[in-house]
Design a protein around this ligand. Structure first.
Ligand SMILES: Cc1ncc(COP(=O)(O)O)c(C=O)c1O
Length: 430
């Protein structure tokens, strides 16, 4: 009986990437594999989740690591985290692929993430966005080479400079004197840095900053490319930009070369899971080697599955989710500003330059005018109202890219935000 190539492939439909090794007539079979891959690799799929679910169904007996043996070896941990969690805290094995050299389900999940984020390639990162930022810089700069970056970069970028011996050329961001926050980089300042350092290898942009402030990343990318430099974006706080037209542009949408994206911050995945995205002009194989210099050889399937599931959720429902978040944050912002004294700032900060754009899902409240430091409000909210805010400094308290649920609680919290005089008096008493 002759079997059509299509049929033969069907039984190996997952992982599709491995199918290529079963071909006899290379070009025809390659075409068939591509057709099958397109059918299989849709945003509805979650290849890592599916492989883990299949593995659970086989009731495999674990004689390998991790030593908790699906929780049997550590009952307390199983009770605390739940059996479902420990069932999939497993080691790399054939049907589950390997993060260091992905060829099947992890590779497929990365292909889907790249597609969802408009990148040429994506890497699943299990060492946080810290590891993604470091891989971006380490794969761009050699010892002694220059990189242009804003003075308010995250410590992960500074530490990358220490690791690779690159030389920083700092651009001072503007500062909002009243709010006491640093803003974005002026395009003119970046151009000056590029002109003074034509040998620099790259420009790094925070998109957005911790405060939700965006520089003009599209123009900066154009200028950097015109001078033969790469554009690297720290998008630790920008995952959601990829899924809403109402938000500032994402790095990949304006042609950036690499972007580090904290899926765990506003994308819904587990803490420490992150993505490194690369553009078409980047040698992904080289970047992968750099990642493997420091990445664990025991990549957590909990983290990887959470990236896969969250990517699917964002690709299918991201626009709707972030529409809702924007609506709720704007509502909360209006209510807070209505109180008087408190200032929840928003899009009005934009000036076409150092605040080229603003992430409206960020809810930051300037508190000094009511006689309280941001850190005091932070403590009051956490201790008395059981709100966990993202962070605080002297003048400001932040709720970072809040989830719809958090905002429902916040907007329903009449005690705190609505009954203005009573609640302010209560907060003032501390
Ligand atoms: C701007 C920025 N970049 C990078 C990081 C590092 O991210 P992670 O904590 O996922 O390692 C952070 C963390 O808060 C950040 O704020």
């Amino acid at each position: 009986m002759t079997t059509s190539p299509r049929r033969r492939f069907k039984k190996f439909s997952a992982p599709v990437a491995g199918l290529i090794f079963f071909c006899d007539n290379a070009s025809e079979n390659f075409r068939q594999v591509m057709i099958l891959r397109d059918e299989y690799l849709t945003q509805e799929r979650a290849p890592i989740l599916e492989a883990l679910t299949k593995m659970k169904a086989t009731r495999l007996v674990p004689f390998d690591v991790p030593g908790h043996k699906r929780g049997r070896g550590n009952r307390e941990l199983a009770e605390f985290l739940g059996q479902a969690c420990l069932d999939v805290d497993v080691n790399s094995m054939k049907p589950l692929d390997n993060l260091c050299h992905p060829v099947s389900v992890i590779r497929d999940a990365e292909i889907l993430a790249a597609e969802a984020f408009g990148a040429a390639h994506s890497f699943f990162m299990v060492g946080g966005t810290t590891s993604a930022v470091q891989a971006m810089i380490l794969s761009t700069c050699k010892p002694g080479e220059k990189i242009i970056l804003p003075r308010n970069v995250h410590r992960s970028a500074i530490n990358a400079l220490i690791l690779c011996g690159a030389v920083p050329v700092y651009v001072n961001p503007q500062v909002d004197e009243r709010l006491g926050i640093s803003l974005g980089m002026k395009v003119a300042d970046v151009i000056a840095a590029i002109k003074n350092n034509p040998d620099a290898k790259a420009v790094l942009v925070n998109n957005p900053t911790y405060y939700g402030i965006c520089s003009d990343i599209a123009t900066i990318t154009e200028v950097a490319h015109a001078h033969g430099m790469k554009l690297l974006a720290d998008e630790a706080h920008g995952t959601h930009f990829y899924f809403s037209k109402k938000l500032p542009p994402s790095a990949m949408s304006v042609g950036a070369d690499m972007a580090s994206v904290s899926m765990h911050k506003s994308g819904g995945s587990l803490t420490q899971s992150s993505l490194l995205l690369t553009g078409a002009n980047i040698n992904a194989g080289y970047v992968h080697q750099i990642i493997n210099l420091t990445q664990s050889t025991s990549g957590s399937y909990l983290l990887m599955a959470s990236l896969d599931i969250s990517r699917r959720n964002l690709a299918l429902r991201g626009a709707e989710i972030f529409d809702k978040v924007i609506e709720l944050v704007e509502y909360a912002r209006d209510e807070i500003n209505f109180l008087g004294g408190w200032y929840a700032y928003g899009k009005e900060l934009t000036d076409g330059d150092s605040v080229f754009d603003f992430d409206v899902t960020k809810l930051s409240v300037f508190t000094r005018a009511v006689g309280l430091a941001g850190v005091e409000v932070y403590d009051i909210l956490r201790d008395e109202y059981i709100f966990s805010w993202s962070s605080a400094t002297l003048p400001t308290c932040w709720l970072t890219s809040p989830s719809a649920t958090a905002l429902k609680i916040l907007s329903g919290s009449s005690v705190l935000w609505r009954t203005s005089s009573a609640s302010i008096a209560k907060i003032r008493r501390g």
